[in-house]
Design a protein around this ligand. Sequence first.
Ligand code: ZN
Length: 134
Amino acid sequence: MDRKDFLKKSGCGMLCFAAPPLLAQSAAMQPAVAAQERKRFKIDIEIYEAREDSWCHKKGDTFAYPADMAKLCPWLLSRMHDFIRLLQNDVTLSWKYEGTPYEKVLNESGITTEFVRCPDPTGDLVAKIIRTEV
Ligand SMILES: [Zn+2]
């Protein structure tokens, strides 16, 4: 069976011919994004605080994101998700938590940090997200 016959029989024929114009159209609708040089970032997560007998993560544990995603506590990961997405997309949240142990670094030598607390009320766990421009 040649490729055309296979595509017809698999029902993929129409989709294969219909998809390229759709893709071209959606790309054309985002000229600003395409034209702009996108910054690239590395995301690391450090357990900044944790109760000593914490069952999930220990203070000082470090994780690369997304490589170590499966090793992260799912509650903590769910809470960090929005922050990570924003940081990956070059967003900097302007508040600094000045004068607290969670004072952030905002774009200093390519590094920005955010602190996120785990929703587990028994964990007393705070993660530090470190974004490094690469
Ligand atoms: Zn946890």
